[in-house]
Design a protein around this ligand. Sequence first.
Ligand SMILES: Nc1ncnc2c1ncn2[C@@H]1O[C@H](COP(=O)(O)OP(=O)(O)OP(=O)(O)O)[C@@H](O)[C@H]1O
Length: 374
Amino acid sequence: MSLQVDIRHAFEGFTLEVTCRAGSGVTAVFGPSGAGKSTLVNAIAGLFKPDVGRITLGDEVLFDQAQAVHIAPAKRRIGYVFQDGRLFPHMSVRENIRFGARYAPGGLDQKEENRLVELLGLNAILDRRPGTLSGGEKQRVALARAWLSKPRLLLMDEPLAALDEPRKDEIFPYLERLRDVAQVPIIYVSHNLAEVARLADDLIVMQSGQVALSGTAETVLSDPKALPMLGVREAGAILPAEVIGHEADGLSRLALSGGEIILPGVTAAPGTTIRLRVLAQDVLLSRKPPKGLSSHNVLPVTVETLHRGAGPGVAVRLRAGEDVLLARITARAAKEMALVPGTQCHAILNATAVPRGSIGSGAMPSETRALDKT
Ligand SMILES: Nc1ncnc2c1ncn2[C@@H]1O[C@H](COP(=O)(O)OP(=O)(O)OP(=O)(O)O)[C@@H](O)[C@H]1O
């Protein structure tokens, strides 16, 4: 099932003009406040009717201005999880969840309900009202309600935005599980890159009502052009790593396609493939093999492209085995090192370059999905 969007809408002072596609897996929509992310998902859900364009899901036309087609939201079979959950306050958790099944073909699927209650850890709160739930619990209920409607597409508009960090950590594993069992496309709106790096298979970066970049999350996150859009401190590549083993001193050995690295804070079982996020600002470059460093994490790399920004920085895309890393260095350093496409050098990754929150669970898109126990 694939979603195709080609729409245009002019508000006073703001025009949304988007052409994009989302296939199976999680497509994250990332962009600054006011970029048009919510307007886009509202158009997909049918809550907002664009001036012109067409939206299709699989073979079905959901919206086609030229053909005067605008399928009502309830008939689109799209699950929508909002920032604030939007549960019915007078209903219990179980009633809220079952409300989702009202529009599901074939009605309530009892087996699926039991599976979801288990998957999202809702057993203990089924008889409670939303007013008594924590933010994280409310979002889990909202997820279950959306999912029980047997959607053909799941839209999540910043589902974690209203939660503090501990609640986010609490709900994230559930989101990852849902992603791993869902067979339908998921559109996940966020302006938190750590979330995006952890969850997304594909990524759409929006700016001023338009798609600025799109592609697989790996490609977009390691694209030097993305660096100014994503923010110098937040940009960085994601890459798969297989856990080789855990050492007695708390460090773990990981195999990347370009070599081995050692990191703290990895609890996934040996043999598991996890997703690492390596921030561009935490990658140093050296022409010669570095000696006497405190970091053990040195990978041989080849410079692919250099992208000069408006300031003193240069974003360097590096090939490390089959993977890509992004480094941000100064233009002066790039000149002194005479870096050009094809230059072979060494990338030094500080062990703390991969913070705990950036070690995502779930395999890379191309791999069999496997849950990490982190
Ligand atoms: N009904 C409307 N009338 C006029 N302008 C609107 C309307 N709906 C949205 N806009 C404008 O469209 C732009 C995009 O808004 P939108 O809520 O889609 O952005 P966003 O990327 O989701 O932002 P945020 O991350 O803050 O939620 C904003 O400038 C907003 O003011």
